[in-house]
Design a binder for this molecule. Structure first.
Ligand code: NAP
Length: 323
């Protein structure tokens, strides 16, 4: 079958299309004919070899941890009724950038009728993360919420979920195309954080008090500056470091400011809830209350361009391979 492999750690050019043996379902596993392969920001860091959170895959490896498609065969001990069903399948950190992928049967999630496979992939991964973050931060109606990387996969959903929770939203991102998208998603204000003055604009948008809730998916300088303007009594929720180091706040400093910090370690508790959160997001999408933004899609052989779009920050919303 056709697949894309990372032949070494490095830039997007290490993703090389080629042929690999067809996979076979082992006991408790299925093979999925892949229609859509998802990817996330952290997978670009794994490919670069700079990620510190996941075990390094052995080279060469097929990237992609989440696919959608139909089950084409099942292994020993798996109910044959799965065959032919349209599913989302988590493949672990690797294996998705291929015509076929293997997954444990416990990692399958049926795609509801009426929902497209690309939308289902976006909602299962970024959607469940966004829902988990929103539940963790406990947004109250009328609060001001600041979302960083608000035009990205997780960010574009956080903007919408915060609005649905009755909050007022400031979305922050880089560049006018992204600010336009953030406004179209319903944010009350959109601010460009490549402007050195950006936090003053955030404070101004929130009527002088600063945001009650911050979703920090960027870290580094941006995360630190966002913490500085978080309102007293607010929550500062950390979920990523796309732009640098993870934001770590000294607990004494947080206490002095009267801000509750929900650190990056919150993500470790997310796994057990993914199915419930994904299901919730899919029903929200079916009801028209949330819309996954699929900004760009690529064919399998252009996987390198897909990763490059994420890393050079031209991508809007979710990036997918259509196979
Ligand atoms: N996807 C998930 O389910 C998931 C789960 C756990 C944690 N996270 C974390 O959540 C954050 C967002 O993840 P995502 O998958 O939805 O990615 P994404 O937001 O679609 O892409 C990364 C975003 O980071 C921003 N960014 C800021 N500085 C950057 C830099 N130096 N290089 C590249 N991008 C930069 C970019 O927006 P601007 O150009 O507008 O700044 C870009 O939109 C990441 O930190 C990720 O590790 C994601």
């Amino acid at each position: 079958m056709k697949a894309v492999q990372a032949v070494r750690f490095g830039g997007p050019e290490v993703l090389v299309p080629g042929e690999v043996p067809d996979p076979v379902a082992g006991p408790g596993q299925v093979v999925v004919d892949v229609a859509v392969a998802g990817m996330s920001f952290v997978e670009t860091q794994i490919r670069r070899g700079t990620d510190r959170w996941h075990a390094r895959p052995e080279l060469p490896y097929v990237p992609g941890g989440l696919v959608a498609g139909r089950v084409s065969s099942v292994g020993a001990g798996v109910d044959g009724a799965w065959t032919g069903r349209r599913v989302i399948a988590a493949t672990g950190e690797t294996g998705g950038f291929a015509e076929q992928a293997v997954a444990d049967v416990g990692e399958l999630f049926p795609v509801p009728d009426g929902l497209g496979s690309p939308e289902a992939v976006a909602l299962h991964s970024d959607g469940s993360t966004a829902q988990g973050l929103v539940e963790g931060a406990g947004i109250r109606p009328g609060e001001w919420v600041l979302v960083e990387a608000a035009a990205g996969g997780v960010g574009s959903l956080l903007v919408q979920l915060a609005r649905t929770a009755g909050a007022r939203v400031v979305g922050a991102a880089r560049g006018s195309r992204k600010l336009e998208l953030i406004r179209a998603l319903g944010a009350d204000a959109a601010v460009d954080y490549s402007d050195p003055d950006w936090t003053r604009q955030v404070v101004e948008a929130t009527g002088g008090a600063g945001p009650d809730v911050v979703f920090d998916g960027v870290g580094g300088r941006i995360g630190r500056e966002a913490f500085e303007v978080t309102a007293r009594g607010g929550r500062f929720s950390v979920h990523g470091a796309a732009g640098g180091e993870v934001t770590v706040i000294d607990p004494a400093e947080a206490r002095r400011k009267g801000v509750e910090v929900i650190g990056i370690e919150q993500l470790m508790g997310f796994g057990a809830h993914v199915a419930r959160w994904a299901e919730h997001m899919m029903s929200e999408a079916a009801a028209g209350r949330v819309r996954p933004v699929i900004g760009q899609t690529f064919p399998l052989e252009r996987a390198a361009d897909a990763h490059a779009a994420i890393e050079d920050r031209t991508a809007l919303g979710k990036t997918l391979l259509l196979i």
